[in-house]
Write a protein that binds this ligand. Structure first.
Ligand SMILES: [Mn+2]
Length: 275
């Protein structure tokens, strides 16, 4: 099953509701900890595009060891040019921090965990910890929820599973040269068009994906209406470093196309067999 324990997808502003960041939000909400009955969820930004089935990222939940309860990709692959390593004025996870644009959360474990923190020696639950932590750091944080998550997992690194950059692929992974090794091998799995690149002319390779997926008719022909337009838009982006690696961007689309085609052939052969 694609989303165990979720009878239907839930769409809401997770950034505010799951993390309950602002003062106003805290006072207003009588149900502080939401989604009481949800076991696990995938939390994503609105500027994220899936280039392969959702089940594939969901499968990481099963790879968690006993202490892990959330998963994210690093914020950068190169500490020398990463944002946190150069500019952060608060604790962050690892050497480059993590990016919260694509995050898996095991809420059952999160609800049970006592998190280490730098406010009191005893552990605190997620719910008890968030607001005081926000108060403590609000003048030092730049990237909202992501900074708070970095602070939390800097004190509790054993609770985080880090998945490779191909699952949260951003312009930082190619605009100064290709630095996401896992995408070079397997292709981009989830594309994250941060910096507004789906809507401006700075990274035409990213914009190509946004426009082609936006215009794709879901009953359409994958080759003619997705793959071919992507290839031709890529040709127009070779003047950028990201546009010079179409194989990295297109590999998972090719695989998905093949999977869909094979499934159709099997269904067709099956129906003929029964007839
Ligand atoms: Mn984003």
């Amino acid at each position: 099953m694609l989303l165990p324990n979720l009878s239907e997808p839930i769409f809401m502003n997770f950034r505010e509701r799951v993390l309950a960041l602002s003062d106003a939000d805290q006072r207003r909400s009588s149900d502080k900890m939401i989604l009481q009955d949800v076991d696990s969820l995938l939390y994503v930004d609105t500027d994220v595009l899936f280039l392969r089935p959702l089940d594939d990222i969901w499968a990481f939940l099963k790879k968690f060891n006993e202490t892990q309860l959330a998963a994210m990709a690093p914020e950068h692959e190169v500490p020398k040019i990463g944002w946190y390593s150069r500019f952060a004025r608060h604790p962050f996870y690892g050497t480059t921090g993590v990016n919260s644009g694509v995050m898996l959360m095991n809420l059952t474990r999160i609800r049970k965990q006592q998190f280490k923190n730098n406010m009191i020696p005893a552990g605190l639950t997620w719910e008890e910890m968030l607001h005081p932590l926000y108060q403590k750091y609000k003048n030092y944080i730049t990237w909202g929820d992501q900074d708070l998550l970095n602070i939390i997992f800097s004190f509790n690194p054993e609770n985080l599973y880090v998945f490779p950059c191909q699952w949260n692929y951003r312009p930082d992974h190619c605009m100064y040269g290709s630095n996401c090794k896992s995408a070079e091998v397997d292709g981009v799995s989830i594309l994250h068009g941060n910096r507004g690149v789906y809507h401006d002319d700075k990274q035409p390779a990213f914009r190509a994906f946004y426009e082609v997926l936006r215009d794709y008719p879901f009953d359409g022909n994958l080759y003619q209406e997705m793959y071919y337009p992507l290839q031709s838009k890529f040709l127009a982006s070779v003047h950028t470093l990201c546009g010079r690696i179409p194989q990295v961007f297109l590999k998972q689309i090719e695989k998905t196309m093949k999977r869909v085609y094979e499934r159709r052939v099997i269904v067709y052969a099956g129906s003929r067999g029964r007839g």
